[in-house]
Design a protein around this ligand. Structure first.
Ligand code: HEM
Ligand SMILES: [Ca+2]
Length: 294
């Protein structure tokens, strides 16, 4: 029972603060919109959208930031901190970090050319986190189509949601270590594309070198991700799994030819992902600082 009006009276400036801070951050670095969209995904898939990913490790607390899919990879925490500080100045101890992340992900997507949607609000912040659940629940770039479908199904999301949400890889970047085996071992890859990407990702070394997930329009949220898959130019092995003579080929073709349908399905799937097990009522807390429990 989240509601887009949850903070209408208690924090009417929330929407403007988040959007303006995201605009500033993207003006500084286009990639940050992608990074924050991914942060939201990595929050929601681990015990729900409860801000658990934002908690720092301490001597006595192990959070999710150093889980294998997150370590030296997820980024954008400073932007969430800036938004939180500004929100606290207007509406002290009112808005959760989990809700700030949901709004920031929406605005990042939209500011880079993607759709917009109303974000249901009222999530509260976790007072726990789970590194083991992060390791178990977040799909790997080496995943098969069956593994991708089952990892989303475990969160109550359909295969169609999975294919639509994967359109997020229309923006942002991956490190060589995430796509090396695809470049050197996969056969369902466009040879020109593979040769070009091997230039930034040698067979050994250069693990942190970056390539854009979308070879055509890396900083524009559009449906070129799907046209790339049809020409075997998916960067991750898991990307190309969506179009490899399997059950999702027809949906990939559909999204590649119908950007309006993609935008609609993406927005609806983001709302569904954002509804994964929120803490509400008196569960959890409203964190004062997104990096630590109160
Ligand atoms: C379907 C299963 C998915 C897999 C296996 C996957 C895997 C990955 C990997 C390996 C990277 C690059 C990380 C690195 O090299 O540091 C990445 C980046 C990214 N992912 Fe996914 N992802 C998936 C789904 C999603 C979903 C559902 C979203 C959002 C709703 C998303 C949003 C992003 C974004 C925006 C980036 C770029 C981040 C940046 O540039 O900082 N991904 N993903
Ligand atoms: Ca979480």
């Amino acid at each position: 029972q989240l509601s887009p009006n949850f903070y209408a009276t208690t924090c009417p400036t929330l929407g403007v603060i988040v959007r303006n801070t995201m605009r500033e951050a993207i003006n500084r670095e286009l990639r940050i919109g992608a990074s924050i969209l991914r942060l939201f995904f990595h929050d929601c898939f681990v015990n729900g959208c409860d801000g658990s990913i934002l908690l720092d490790d301490t001597a006595t607390f192990t959070g999710e930031k150093n889980a294998f899919p997150n370590r030296n990879s997820v980024r954008g925490f400073e932007v969430i901190d800036t938004i939180k500080t500004r929100v606290e100045a207007f509406c002290n101890a009112t808005v959760s970090c989990a809700d700030i992340l949901a709004l920031a992900a929406r605005d990042g997507t939209n500011l880079l050319g993607g759709p917009t949607w109303q974000v249901p609000l009222g999530r509260r912040d976790a007072i726990t986190a789970s590194q083991s659940a992060a390791n178990a629940n977040l799909p790997a770039p080496t995943s098969s189509l069956a593994a991708l479908i089952s990892s989303f199904s475990a969160q109550g999301l359909s295969a169609r949601d999975m294919v639509a949400l994967s359109g997020s890889h229309s923006i942002g970047f991956a490190q060589c270590s995430s796509f090396r085996t695809r470049l050197y071992n996969d056969t369902n890859i466009n040879p020109t594309f593979a040769a070009n990407r091997r230039g930034v990702c040698p067979a050994s070394g250069g693990d942190t070198n970056l390539a854009s997930l979308d070879v055509q329009t890396p900083n524009r949220f559009d449906n070129n991700y799907y046209t790339n898959l049809i020409t075997q130019r998916g960067l991750l092995h898991s990307d190309q799994e969506l179009f490899n003579n399997g059950s999702q080929d027809s949906l990939v073709r559909f999204y590649s030819g119908n950007i309006a349908a993609f935008r609609n399905d993406f927005a609806a799937a983001m709302v569904r992902m954002g509804n994964i097990s929120p803490l509400t009522g008196s569960n959890g807390e409203i964190r004062r600082n997104c990096r630590s429990i109160n």
